[in-house]
Unconditional design. Structure first.
Length: 217
């Protein structure tokens, strides 16, 4: 079983959006509040997803690794009616993908072109045995043999290791949109745009912890 060194989880801070309304329009610069939720601000997230702006650049402010939640990785093995222990040799599997958060929207779909741009703005791992690729699905599969006592059930669970990144988006349009060429979501230097992606081994499989649990029927 592959093990990893746990890292203390840090709480992601949501910086307040800054609207630089005092900057003259001739500069072509403004700072977006919540994309798509105001008639005076463009939906920069949706536009970047569709490839409309000339530039969509992600700027990472901070990042860290932390264990995620436990997830069921197999069916339940039932020995409720048996009178003897039952041994099971089964494959446990779990698959996960990158998730994105902005504003009050928990998750949303990201196009491959936009995810590539986000990946460019994220710092690479300094650990030779750890990596993360935005947008790709990754799977862990392990075959283990375990015994379930009579009158008990058993199941495999997996806890993935996640890489958390938070920062902001710099968006340039070829022509003025809502009065400006440049928009920064949700503000330069802020952390309102967040990416959570699984940490993988060099062969692309998920890093994390697989465990076997049993309980009475």
């Amino acid at each position: 079983m592959k093990l990893f060194k746990r890292t203390l989880r840090r709480t992601a801070l949501m910086a307040p959006a800054l609207a630089l309304l005092t900057i003259p329009f001739s500069t072509g610069t403004a700072s977006a509040a919540t994309p798509g939720w105001g008639s005076d601000k463009p939906d920069v997230i949706g536009d970047c997803n569709a490839g409309k702006p000339d530039l969509c650049q992600y700027h990472e402010v901070s990042s860290w690794n932390a264990p995620g939640y436990w997830h069921a990785a197999s069916n339940v093995f039932n020995n409720c009616e048996g009178t003897d222990p039952a041994t099971y040799a089964r494959s446990a599997a779990y698959e996960t993908n990158t998730s994105y958060t902005y504003g009050t929207k928990e998750t949303f779909e990201v196009s491959s072109g936009f995810s590539d741009k986000i990946q460019l703005g994220m710092k690479a791992s300094v650990e030779t045995n750890q990596s993360w690729t935005v947008g790709d699905k990754h799977t862990v599969t392990e075959t283990q043999t375990n015994t379930v006592r009579a009158g008990y059930k058993g199941q495999y669970w997996f806890q993935p290791l996640w890489h958390h990144s938070q920062g902001w988006l710099e968006v340039h349009y070829g022509k003025r949109v809502d009065g400006h060429y440049y928009w920064y979501y949700p503000g330069q230097g802020s952390t309102g745009f967040q990416i959570t992606t699984p940490v993988t081994w060099p062969d692309g499989t998920l890093q994390g912890e697989m465990k076997w649990t049993t309980w009475k029927c």
